[in-house]
Design a protein around this ligand. Structure first.
Ligand code: ADP
Length: 325
């Protein structure tokens, strides 16, 4: 079956750069003579028939904007067959015979189910700040989120240095510690706590005590929200128990990491992935995720993209230890 009419949607957690990907999908599709439809609020819009034709002008002036003009949602109904059937019937009403799904691992799981049941050709683009996707060096939004975290931590470091404090900063990442890892290294953190590695808190506290003895009182701890201790507040509690006189402060960066104008890297990868996603649909390469590995396009089945995500290089962890002495 030849793909002639495609739908594009953003689903799950939003990430800066999704707009750049939408723009690339719409303009590439039109360039190749396809009809392109925007679908509002992810899978919810498919179920509610919030589907509308897009043209090159409808994506003008959005490449630099955070968020997503198509909005996004988490959609309970799509977990059920009835919901997915409704969605399929609505796509058929518009004659849509191909989908580009910009989202995270949950959205890809939904796409796999949808394709299995209705044979709808789907192509995924990884739009997630967490970078918790297999088969790609980049996910749209990660670079922006990390840079936002770095900027915030640099500012906190100024006040932390002025007061000789231990600062515990929580960054996003429920299952993946990449934002913590990258922002921690880039800001010279003494410790980085991530979900992929069990942290020995006694070891951390012993090392803080040793630093206290040699009058190194300023220490930066970056914690991923999904760390095994349950985030920054918990870590502070544990430190306070053993170091009651230490000046500790917590800062939870929160949603500022999701917002803002995408960095140049996020705009570039979004444009490149969007373009290649449409080429996949045209060339009959279905049910894959468009990734970039070693600066080359990499296509892996959607179900593979959500597996084996927890690989954090030992090299980075060693570098943190050595550089934070
Ligand atoms: P993300 O794509 O950012 O990981 P979610 O995990 O919330 O975000 O997934 C987005 C949406 O994808 C869900 O709200 C649901 O509609 C759909 N989805 C996720 N997992 C499944 C699944 N196993 N079966 C069907 N739909 C799913």
């Amino acid at each position: 079956m030849k793909v002639t009419k495609i739908g594009v949607l953003t689903s799950g957690g939003d990430s800066p750069g999704m707009n750049a990907a939408i723009r690339a999908v719409v303009r590439t599709g039109i360039y190749y003579g396809l009809e392109v439809f925007g679908i509002m609020r992810g899978y919810q819009g498919m179920i509610d028939n919030e589907i509308f034709p897009m043209d090159t002008r409808s994506v003008a002036n959005i490449i630099q904007r955070g968020g997503t003009i198509l909005k996004t949602a988490r959609c309970k109904e799509f977990f059920e067959y009835e919901g997915r059937k409704k969605a399929y019937d609505n796509l058929c009403k518009h004659g849509i015979n191909g989908l580009v799904i910009i989202g995270g691992d949950g959205s890809f799981k939904g796409a796999v189910e949808f394709n299995k049941e209705f044979g709808m050709p789907c192509v995924g683009i990884a739009g997630t700040i967490d970078k918790d996707i297999n088969g790609t060096d980049f996910t749209i939004g990660f670079d922006t989120a990390v840079n936002t975290a770095v900027e915030a931590i640099d500012k906190i470091r100024d006040t932390m240095e002025a007061h000789d404090r231990i600062f515990i900063i929580e960054v996003m990442g429920r299952d993946a510690g990449y934002i913590a890892l990258h922002s921690g290294i880039a800001t010279g953190a003494e410790y980085v706590l991530i979900p992929e590695r069990k942290t020995n808190m006694n070891e951390v506290i012993d090392s803080l005590l040793e630093k206290e003895r040699r009058k190194k009182l300023v220490n930066l701890i970056v914690v991923a929200e999904g760390d095994d201790f349950g985030g920054a507040n918990k870590v502070q509690e544990m430190i306070k128990q053993k170091m009651p006189n230490a000046e500790t402060r917590v800062c939870i960066l929160g949603h500022i990491q999701r917002g803002g104008s995408p960095t140049c890297i996020d705009r570039l990868i979004a444009s490149r992935m969007g373009y290649h996603a449409v080429e996949c649909l045209i060339n009959g390469k279905y049910n894959v995720m468009v990734g970039i590995l070693n600066n080359r396009m990499n296509y892996i089945p959607l179900q593979e993209a959500v597996k084996n995500k927890g690989k954090v290089s030992d090299e980075w962890l060693k570098i943190i230890k050595i550089l934070a002495s």
